[in-house]
Design a protein around this ligand. Sequence first.
Ligand SMILES: *Cc1c(COP(=O)(O)O)cnc(C)c1O
Length: 377
Amino acid sequence: MNIIDSKKIWLSSPHMGGSEQKYVQEAFDTNWVAPLGPNVNGLESDIESYLQEGVHAAALSSGTAALHLGLQMLGVSYGDEVLCQSMTFAASANPIVYLGASPVFVDSEKDTWNMCPEQLEIAIKDRIAKGKKPKAIVAVHLYGMPYKVEEIHAIATEYEIPILEDSAESLGSSYQGIKCGTFGDIAILSFNGNKIITTSGGGALLSKKQAYKDKAIFLSTQARDNAPHYEHSEIGYNYRMSNIAAGIGRGQMEVLDDHVQKRRSNYEFYKENLEEFSGISFLDEPKGVYSNRWLSCIETSSYEMREEIRASLANENIESRPLWKPMHQQPVFAKCDTFLNGVSDDLFDRGLCLPSGSNLEKEDLVRIASIIKNVVR
Ligand SMILES: *Cc1c(COP(=O)(O)O)cnc(C)c1O
C-alpha cells in the first residue's frame, strides 16, 4: 500500500463520547464562558466520586500546572532538591525547575518500569548524609501501570518526605482495588489531547486534604485576598480550568470506564497476536494491580529490531514511538544528580509504544499486528 492511500493511525488520539457538546452548549446558553462555572464544579465532583477515598479535586489548565502548584504547596522552593522518577515525560520534572529547585533522578525497576524502591532509598540516604534532605518525591504511574505503591510510600513515610503522585497517565488504574490519584500527599491528572480522557488541554490537582484543594484554587486564580478591590499578599497564577474545557471533561467522565476497557482490550489483542514471537515481550500486571493500559508497549530484543518495527509502521502511515527517553539522558538535565541501575536506559533502547487509542477499530489492530509480524517472523 502507498503511504498516501493508507489510513493514518495515531498513537493516541482524542475520542469523544457524545455528550461533551451538550455540556459545552449549556455553558454558552448560560454565558458561563469563563474560568469558573457549573461545569468546573461539576467536573470536580465527577472526579471526586469516581476516585473515592475522600479525595478533593481542583480543575486546572494542565497537568503541568497541577504539578507546579502541588510542588509549591509541598514546600519546594529555591535551592531545594526533589527526587523524581527518571523514566517519565519531561512535565514531571520541569515544574521542579520552575520553583528554582533541582531534580535528582531515580531509575526504574523491571516489574512496573516505575521508580525503583531500592534506588529511591539509596538516594534519600545519600542526600541526608550530605546534609540535604529531599523536599519531595515525584513518582509516576507510567503508561497507566501503577508504581510499587506500598514500597515507595513506606520509604517516604519512614523518611518523612511527601509524595507528589503523577497520575497523568493512569486515570482509571488501581492498586489493590484503590484508584491511582488517591495515594500521594498530592496527586495530579492530565486531560491533554493524548490522554485517556481529554478536555483538549487541562488537568487536576488531587488531595485528601481539603486545604490543598482550596489553596490550589486560590493560587490558580491569581491569589486574590478577600477584599472588594484586588488585594494580593501572595504571588498567584492563572491556572484555573475554563468552564468550556470542563464541559468537555464532564462528557468524557461518562465514557472513562469504556475507554479503559477499550485500551485494555487493545493490549490484550497485541499480546495474543504477538507474544508467540521470541523477539517481543509484554509487561504483565503484578498481582493486585490494574492498569488502564493508556499506551500498549512492547519490549523488543534489540534496538535494531525496535527501529525496524517502528520504520515499517511509519512506512504504512502508522505512528508508534520509543518509550519515554529518561530524564537523566536529556540534554537539559545533563547536570542533575542521578541514581541509576541501567533499567530505564535499556527500556528506552528496546521499548516501543504501539497505537493505543480507545477509538481504534479491530481492522486497525489487525493491520498493525500483521506489519509487526512481518518484521519479527
Ligand atoms: C501528560 C503528562 C503530564 C503533563 O500533563 P499536561 O496536562 O500535558 O500538562 C505530566 N506527567 C506525565 C507523566 C504525563 O504523561
